[in-house]
Design a protein around this ligand. Structure first.
Ligand code: CA
Length: 233
């Protein structure tokens, strides 16, 4: 789950980023409306936290430009402006929710979860393979009755494997869809292999059937059983 924070107050932006990363969200920060608009137009985010008072293009303008382009990314306004007119204006301009600063971090998390649930009304909220279960709203992962403590990247990686349950996932797919680094000059193969190894230790290390398999020279597959004749590595 990727979140874009558009916030010009560096300390607040950093605190939000750290807090959200601790909740295993993947976070990017933009300090101006222009940068925020650029990022949300060029990358995929599940949610955008948008400040209203920004240098240059302000939050209202960024929001109008975003919706004008037809981008559906859910937007949660975080602003010190608490006037009813500002809230109405922002919601009318296409914001999905509005939180007045200063706010309690747990409330921000609850509103993020609510927006993600709403955005995913027609999508699955839980992924499952054998006794491995991932809750996409609470971001909790369990193998049997064991709760797995995953980093943000491990969570994204496991979510991707679960969404492709039984299908071969190549390193190229992971570079494109999990690392979002197609422009990168040096290969990510070693980085991916290290993350897979750590993830496998957490998912398959506690006994039970092996779920994450490496297919030599091909990629990875998450499945309870390997397809017949598959050259596992
Ligand atoms: Ca501001």
């Amino acid at each position: 789950m990727r979140i874009l924070i558009v916030e010009d107050e560096p300390k607040l932006a950093q605190a939000l980023k750290q807090g959200l990363e601790a909740e295993r969200y993947e976070v990017k920060v933009a300090a101006t409306g222009e940068d925020g608009f650029f990022l949300v137009s060029t990358e995929v985010f599940d949610l955008m936290l948008l400040d209203l008072m920004l240098p240059g293009r302000d939050g209202f303008e960024a929001l109008a430009a975003l919706r004008g382009r037809g981008l559906q990314t859910p937007v949660l306004i975080t602003s010190a402006r608490d006037a009813v007119e500002d809230r109405i204006r922002a919601l009318d301009a296409g914001a999905d929710d509005y939180l007045v600063k200063p706010f309690a971090f747990p409330e921000l998390l609850a509103r993020i979860r609510a927006l993600i649930r709403r955005g995913r009304a027609d999508q699955v909220l839980r992924l499952k393979a054998a006794d491995l279960e991932m809750d996409l709203v609470t971001r909790k992962v369990c193998r049997g009755d064991q709760v797995l403590d995953l980093t943000g990247r491990e969570f994204e990686l496991l979510e991707y494997l679960l969404r492709h349950d039984g299908q071969i996932v190549s390193r190229e797919m992971l570079v494109r869809d999990v690392w979002h680094e197609v422009q990168r000059a040096t290969p990510l193969d070693n980085v991916i292999d290290v993350h897979i190894a750590r993830l496998r230790k957490k998912v398959d290390g506690g006994g039970g059937s092996k779920l994450i398999h490496t297919l030599r020279g091909v990629g990875f597959v998450l499945n309870e059983n390997l397809p017949e004749g598959t050259p596992a590595g």
